[in-house]
Design a protein around this ligand. Structure first.
Ligand SMILES: C[S@@+](CC[C@H](N)C(=O)[O-])C[C@H]1O[C@@H](n2cnc3c(N)ncnc32)[C@H](O)[C@@H]1O
Length: 380
């Protein structure tokens, strides 16, 4: 590895992506091989066993080789009001980026809007494939956009980059043929439907709650957006409303109170991704998850509803729940429904979004009669 040029390393990265089973078209393979990821990731952060962040950059021994491995790299941290340093930007795993670009079915002449510029690497891949004049990218982080612009210009590339809340799209540059979001959203912004042409595609990580959702490829129809989830699960960081660190979530609940029951489900229900997602249709808004210091898995909803669960010493799993809505009951109901349907995977699920803000998740096809309705607020 020592002494290898970045070009050799980039060829190795393309091979690693192909070996992972990601089908890579010749155009995109060329983009990976000819785009210097190290220019976009001049440093990255890793967390040690003590949870302290360590920065590795140009000049450090493992930096260059790490940048050309098929792995995501944390590139930007910010400090919350509580003093925690949290991730606010990263360079996505290249194999996932390629998988997404392949799913977008890019063709010469397409104009693409990317939400979440981050390091600028994905924008560079898009420029390589389509030409810089057809790439538009927006990030909420002003410093990120400045740095990405400098890196792209250093390679002779000047796509349109803007600072702002990408959930509003870039109306001044619409219409687009494709919209690709590299941050997750709890509702698909209607602005994207308005800014993509009929027949165009939107690829986004739809996550009404933490871990609850997946990448979905939506086609613009006359009335809205509709399409299927990608078969493999992926998770992006959630869209932020401002250029600051997202605050930690408030954990509700007290195991000494609340209704008691036993369950056969795992104490951390978010580990079973599909039923956890389907359970969100009955939830009172976004649900956050975590662990208490005392061995409980915790669910907390925005309205103060909560459910805590744990495996007891005797092997039984116990639950406490309280607040206006019974979150665990909803999880169990969704799990039962999903099991009765034969435990469908992401490949059997799709989503239709209409201008009234309603998100309908369906099984197999939109008219199958099996659907879960998420009535999210419309984001304009
Ligand atoms: C996984 S990173 C993007 C990776 C990027 N595509 C790359 O190639 O490096 C997610 C990005 O989404 C950005 N983001 C978060 N909320 C946003 C919002 N509301 N609008 C636009 N960008 C947002 C973050 O600042 C972060 O840079």
């Amino acid at each position: 590895m020592r002494g290898m040029t970045w070009r050799g390393l980039a060829r190795g990265l393309a091979e690693e992506i192909a070996a992972e089973g990601v089908p890579v078209s010749p155009d995109l393979r060329r983009a990976v091989v000819e785009t210097p990821r190290h220019v976009f990731v001049p440093w990255f952060y890793t967390q040690g066993p003590d949870r302290a962040w360590v920065r590795t950059g140009d000049g450090d021994e493992d930096w260059l080789a790490a940048v050309y491995r098929n792995q995501p790299l944390v590139t930007e941290l910010a400090t919350t009001g509580a003093g925690d340093r949290v991730t606010v930007s990263s360079s996505t795993k290249p194999g996932l980026m390629v998988r997404m670009l392949e799913a977008l079915d890019l063709a010469d002449g397409h104009r693409v809007l990317e939400i979440g510029t981050g390091t600028g690497y994905n924008a560079a891949l898009l420029c390589h494939r389509l030409g810089e004049g057809r790439v538009f990218s927006v990030d909420i982080g002003a410093g990120l956009v400045v740095a990405a612009g400098e890196r792209l210009r250093a390679l002779g590339l000047s796509p349109v980059l803007e600072v702002g809340d990408g959930r509003r799209g870039l109306p001044g540059h619409a219409p687009f043929d494709r919209v690709v979001a590299t941050c997750s959203v709890p509702v698909v912004p209607w602005a994207w439907a308005e800014q993509v042409r009929v027949g165009g595609l939107v690829l986004v990580d739809f996550k009404p709650s933490v871990h609850a959702g997946n990448l979905v490829l939506l086609e613009r129809t006359a009335d809205g957006l509709t399409g299927r989830f990608l078969p493999r699960w992926a998770g992006f960081m959630a869209a932020r409303g401002a250029d600051v660190a997202p605050e930690g979530v408030r954990v509700h609940g007290d195991p000494a109170s609340g209704a008691r029951s036993e369950t056969v489900l795992a104490a951390a229900p978010w580990m079973e991704l599909v039923p956890w997602f389907l359970a969100q249709a009955g939830m009172p808004g976004e649900v956050s998850v975590g662990y208490s210091g005392s061995g409980w898995a915790t669910l907390s909803a925005v309205d103060g509803s909560w459910a805590w669960a744990r495996m007891r010493g005797d092997g039984a799993r116990e639950v406490r729940q309280g607040g206006p809505a019974r979150l665990w009951d909803r999880v169990e109901a969704a799990h039962g429904e999903w099991a009765a349907l034969g435990r469908p995977g992401w490949d059997r699920l799709g989503l239709t979004v209409t201008g009234d803000g309603v998100h309908r998740v369906w099984l197999d096809d939109p008219g199958s009669g099996f659907e879960w309705v998420f009535a999210g607020p419309t984001v304009h």
